[in-house]
Design a protein around this ligand. Structure first.
Ligand code: HEC
Ligand code: HEC
Ligand code: HEC
Ligand code: HEC
Ligand code: HEC
Ligand code: HEC
Length: 442
């Protein structure tokens, strides 16, 4: 994945399970190194390649198998990279001589912007609308009918590199004061590669489609490089998913922007003009809460509890709210919500695993084992589930099966520390069983 402008990473497959390589190529360093996810690598725990990565980096993506997070049928995707149909819509009818593909340049407003935003705005959280998924979006549609991307209300004040080009451009006076005329495709034509030698002239030309030539003739004579002064490049921007070039197009780009003095609590807002229901906002906070943000988890709890009566069978709402309760030690309501999610047809591995943890803590090992067994069968690459299952089997006196389960889990994550430690323990002192791990979420 990646055209190696900044770097590239690789995916690999074991028995249909797709993983990200822990080692990436970094162009700036001109060499190979650990992927940023392995900040202080002590174990080579494998990271599954979630459908989200594929959505932006590949085309004609196939859904993962039911109840599995990263196991795909025959092939995870049928086309490499960003295919024509991602911006032009399905071509079938056109090939059959009926209809013309969508031309993004003839769309206006948010329908036009949606085409690029589907991949260029990672945001803080992305929430699918009830019953919808991002994969259902087609060029010409409004992306916000399928999913909302949430950003912080003060995004962009932190400086270059903290945000995506989409958020940055939205802050520019050029966009805000050109009555909807400015879009990504004002300056970028996805069909054109701009060689380094032409970039100054190429982008100057784009500026002058709005700022008049007579202005340019008077302004900064002898310095034709508009973007050099107004859209400078950051020297060392960390990460692959943030802008390198300052798309805020500021008057004095070099002047550092003062950050908020006493930073008030930041709020999440949906990008664009779409409104977020308490359900959507609650799910967005719940995603942010997974990164350890306490206030976000309080907000999520409040909003999702408010949304629940209107969405009594919405698996996403039930599972996230269940997890928030479980973290607070409120196992009763948590178990009830997980059970409702499973009854509603959800096969989410985290709901099943976490419900098992609650059953086990109540002493109902048999029910816990049945759940973990199911999860681990569908996701043998999910070591967490394997460790829980092994701990449960051991407690039930089935040490031989516990050992086999750990060996199976280690097949996918040979260096998974907890599984290895448990296996050593089982082999030396089979009478002492470790406890299952506390609740974890994706
Ligand atoms: C299906 C996802 C997808 C869509 C839709 C998409 N992009 Fe991209 N775009 C990417 C990815 C992924 C990259 C990074 C490519 C790489 O370096 O591997 C990229 C890179 C770029 C770059 C940087 C190219 C470079 O040479 O560094 C520009 C500019 C860009 N896209 C503009 C656009 C515009 C404008 C649109 C809307 C018309 C758009 N993209 C739609 C996924 C997408
Ligand atoms: C929301 C869409 C989106 C998602 C999700 C996403 N990417 Fe990207 N990725 C992009 C875009 C767009 C770029 C180009 C960014 C730029 O140049 O500013 C990019 C750049 C990259 C690059 C650098 C490519 C280069 O040309 O140097 C790598 C590597 C990468 N992504 C890997 C991943 C992995 C691994 C995942 C899953 C964890 C992932 N991406 C998820 C959109 C996405
Ligand atoms: C990242 C988005 C993107 C991808 C991928 C993409 N295009 Fe385009 N395409 C555009 C945009 C935007 C325009 C309008 C350019 C303009 O007029 O400024 C366009 C214009 C066109 C046009 C001219 C349409 C007209 O009515 O004049 C054709 C033909 C075309 N694209 C074909 C393709 C084909 C074939 C592929 C795949 C090989 C492809 N495009 C991939 C974004 C994309
Ligand atoms: C779609 C039209 C459009 C394009 C393209 C455009 N601008 Fe602008 N820009 C505007 C408008 C409208 C304003 C508001 C002030 C004005 O009318 O001059 C503005 C304002 C500015 C400002 C003043 C910002 C401020 O904070 O006061 C700068 C600097 C600027 N543009 C630079 C550029 C550069 C450099 C480019 C090319 C990379 C560019 N613009 C491309 C429409 C555009
Ligand atoms: C006013 C012109 C302008 C507009 C509008 C614009 N860009 Fe850019 N973009 C640039 C310039 C200039 C560069 C740097 C190109 C270079 O250095 O070769 C760039 C670079 C990029 C890159 C490469 C990574 C980086 O940050 O340097 C991506 C990705 C990108 N733009 C995406 C977008 C997206 C998405 C939009 C719409 C939200 C957009 N751009 C709108 C001018 C623009
Ligand atoms: C050498 C750096 C430099 C270059 C090159 C440059 N600008 Fe500027 N530009 C500035 C500075 C500095 C200001 C702020 C002037 C001020 O605040 O009094 C500015 C102000 C502006 C403004 C605000 C309008 C105004 O006069 O208040 C616009 C619009 C603008 N530039 C567009 C452009 C465009 C378009 C180009 C390319 C044709 C360009 N600039 C090239 C440095 C530059």
């Amino acid at each position: 994945m990646g055209s190696s402008t900044r770097g590239s990473t690789f995916l690999f497959e074991i028995d249909g399970f797709l993983y990200k390589s822990p080692i990436n190529y970094f162009v700036q360093k001109k060499g190979w190194d650990m992927s940023p996810e392995y900040h202080s690598p002590r174990e080579m725990e494998l990271k599954p390649a979630p459908p989200a990565c594929l959505f932006c980096h590949a085309s004609r993506i196939q859904p993962p198998a039911p109840g599995a997070s990263n196991r795909y049928g025959s092939a995870p995707f049928l086309q490499d990279g960003v295919g024509c149909e991602r911006c032009h819509g399905p071509g079938r009818e056109h090939i059959q001589g009926r209809g013309v593909p969508v031309n993004p340049a003839r769309l206006t407003g948010e329908r036009r912007d949606s085409v690029c935003i589907q991949c260029h705005l990672p945001g803080e959280a992305s929430v699918s609308r009830p019953g919808k998924t991002l994969e259902m979006y087609r060029p010409g549609d409004l992306l916000s009918d399928y999913a909302l991307t949430f950003v912080y209300d003060d995004a962009g004040h932190g400086g270059l590199g903290a945000i995506s080009q989409v958020e940055a451009l939205a802050l520019s006076q050029c966009l805000r004061r050109s009555q909807g005329r400015m879009a990504c495709i004002t300056c970028h034509d996805p069909h054109t590669f701009v060689p380094a030698a032409q970039r100054v002239a190429y982008y100057r030309d784009k500026c002058l489609s709005c700022h008049t030539r007579s202005f340019a003739d008077r302004h900064q004579q002898g310095s034709p490089d508009c973007i050099g002064c107004h859209m400078p490049r950051g020297e060392s921007v960390e990460g692959t998913h943030v802008e390198v070039t300052d798309h805020r197009i500021r008057r004095r780009a070099s002047k550092p922007v003062p950050g908020p003095v006493a930073s008030p609590p930041r709020s999440l807002v949906p990008f664009g003009t779409a409104q977020a229901e308490p359900r959507d906002l609650g799910l967005a906070y719940a995603q942010v809460a997974l990164r350890g943000d306490v206030r976000a988890s309080q907000e999520a709890l409040r909003l999702l509890a408010e949304a629940l009566p209107r969405f009594p069978t919405d698996a996403e709402v039930l599972i996230r709210l269940g997890f928030l309760y479980q973290q607070l030690g409120r196992n009763g309501p948590a178990a009830e919500l997980y059970e409702r999610a499973l009854r509603a047809g959800s096969e989410a591995p985290e709901a099943t695993t976490n419900l098992g943890v609650i059953y086990a803590s109540k002493g109902d090992l048999r029910k816990a084992l049945a759940l973990w067994q199911g999860v681990f069968e569908r996701n043998p690459g999910l070591s967490e589930a394997g460790v829980n299952l092994a701990a449960g089997l051991c407690q039930a006196g089935e040490t031989a099966r516990a050992r086999r389960t750990l060996i199976e889990a280690l097949k996918y994550q040979a260096d998974f520390g907890r599984a290895r430690a448990m296996l050593r323990e089982l082999e030396s002192r089979p009478e002492r069983c470790p406890a299952p791990t506390p609740a974890r979420d994706r």
